[in-house]
Design a binder for this molecule. Sequence first.
Ligand code: IZC
Ligand code: ZN
Length: 411
Amino acid sequence: MVDLILFNIGQLVTSKELDSSKKMDNIEVLENAYIVIEKDKIVAVGTGEVPKEYFNPQVEMVDLSGKLVTPGLIDSHTHLVHGGSRENEFAMKIEGVPYLEILAKGGGILSSLKATRNASHKELIDKTLRSLKYMLELGVTTVEAKSGYGLDFENEIKQMEVVKILEHLQPVSLVSTFMGAHAVPVEYKENREAYIQLVIDMLPEVRKRNLAEFCDIFCEDKVFSVEESRRILTAAKENGFKLKIHADEIVSLGGVELAAELGAVSAEHLMKITDSGINALANSSVIADLLPATSFNLMEHYAPARKMIEAGIQIALSTDYNPGSCPSENLQFVMQIGAAHLKMTPKEVFKAVTINAAKAIDRHHEIGSIEVGKKADISVFDAPNMSYFLYHFGVNHTNRVYKNGKLVFKR
Ligand code: IZC
Ligand code: ZN
C-alpha cells in the first residue's frame, strides 16, 4: 500500500537520463506531474491525473500547486567537519594576497588544522550540526565530507568519527572521504617523506574501521606533486578506497590526467584544466566536479565548463564548503553561479547537482533521480520552474524536503 502521493507538481525534474550519451542536458523534465511513494521508495512517477489504483484510505495526498520538484540535492564535495573560521584571511585576500601564499605562511589549511585539533568531538558535532541544518533547509539531502584538518592519526580519525556520529543525529546522508593528504603539517615540514608514509600507514586502519569509502588528495603546487599523489592514491586503491583528486585548482600540474589514469571516480575543481586534461577526462568515466563558489570567493576565474561540456565531459557542481576558500553551505547559490558564470543551461545545472553528483559519490543506483525503485529523497521549491530558481538568486527557494519518504523540513 502506498503512503504518500505528491501531485499537481508544476515542473518535475526527474533527472532520469533519457539516453546513454554523456550529454549534460539529457534529463527528463515533466510538467503537471505526480510521484507515488511507498515507505522510503518511489513506486510510480507520471503526468496528469493520479491513477485511482494508488488511492487508499491511509495515503497522504499532498497538493504541490504548481511548484518545482527535484531529487534531493547532493553536495558532492565538502570539507564539512572543521574547527574555527578564517575571516582574517578573507581580508588579506581582498588586499590581493594569494591563497597559496597564506598557506605557505602557516595560515590557510594549517590554521584550520590547529582549530580542529583543539576541538572536542562534541564541539565539532555541534558546529557541524548547524551546517547540516542549513544544508537541509536548502534542499540538500546527501553530503560528501572530507577529513584533512587533523593531519595526524588521532585527529584524522576524530574528524571521520564525527561524520559517522552525525549520520545518526540528523536526516542528511553523509559520504565520508579520507583526505590525510590535504597538506603537510608543520611538524613534518622538513620531512615530507615521513608524512606521506604516515598517510599511507593510516589507510588500512581507516578502511578496517569503515571510517571512509573514498580517498582524496590536494594535488597542487607546493602541496602534493603528481608523483606523490600517484603513490598515495595507488596505495589507497590497493586498500579498497574509491578515489577522488583535487586537481588544477590553482596551478595545473597534471592531476587531471592522473585521475583518468587511476580510474578515479571524480576530479575536482579544474579551474586551470588544460586541453590535455580535457582530452583525458573526455575519454574516461571520471566525473568533473566543479566548485564555482570557490572561484567566486577566491576572486579567481571560473572552470571552462562550456568547453568541457562540448568535449563530452560529465559535470557535477558542489559547494566545496570549507572555512577558507568557500565558507558557504549554499548549494543553491552554487547553482546560480553555475548558470551565470559557467554559462550552464538550467537542465545542465540541475543534472550537475542530482544524478551527476550522485555519480561523483558512487550513489547513483540509489539516489540522484526520481525514478521507480530509488529512495524517496525529494526537494520541493517555491518556484514555478528551473529557470526561475536560477534567475531569482540569493534567496532560499526551499518549500519542503522529504528524506527516505519522510517530511524532514517544511517552511
Ligand atoms: O581549508 O582551504 N582547497 N582545500 C583545497 C581547501 C581549498 C580547503 C581549505
Ligand atoms: Zn576541496
